[in-house]
Design a protein around this ligand. Sequence first.
Ligand code: PEP
Length: 248
Amino acid sequence: MARRRIIAGNWKMNKTPAEAVELCNTLKDLVKNDNVDVVYCVPAIDIVPVVEAVKGTNVKVGAENFYIEDKGAFTGEISAPMLKEAGVEYIIIGHSERRDIFGENDILINAKVKKAFASGLKPILCCGESLALRKAGTYKEWIARQIKWDLDGVTADQVKNLVIAYEPIWAIGTGETATSDQAEEVCKMIREIIGQMYDAATADAVRIQYGGSMNAGNAAELLSKDNIDGGLIGGASLKPDFGQIVNA
Ligand code: PEP
């Protein structure tokens, strides 16, 4: 099956609402490509202006975080119905910064994946190993465990609409990219795990991104690999370079 490429920007905690609109305008003509899903995952406060700024273009909007309840006494949180009504389609779940800085564990991440699907949001589920695990040679077991926990109770039909981002933590924001062979090795393994957990059709359908210092210079090589269907891009998503990644 030919999987549709998906290039998503993770803006993290960058860009005020006015700056966000400015970035959308800068990127507008650069990210045009009808053969690629282009997504901007933006800070919560930027969602409404960004949805407005990308109207009429090929760009979809994603959120960077949400909570699993629809409403109530959860100070500081934002819910799936709020995101949906604002025009959000994608949601990043399990990013290493949420796991490491905010203490999110696989039980919460699994609940978020299920809640996202139940709410009509498309999850971009992140996984990946630390430098210590890479050096210890146990990174494959670690990632396999993350995938199994995070997808517990998720159906095959849902996984067919899932995006998984393989993001080695040692390559995020460091300028150090995994080689295309290192990235392909893990993305292939993730697809095999999905095949074992579900079936061949599900493994064939699930889209797997690489993330970690992807930029205009290395994107084409990474994206040429059989099991890499796109990228989750941090730093380079805030620059005109993002257009070159979309069109790599
Ligand atoms: C990320 O945090 O999802 C990411 C891939 O960041 P960067 O591209 O800056 O390494």
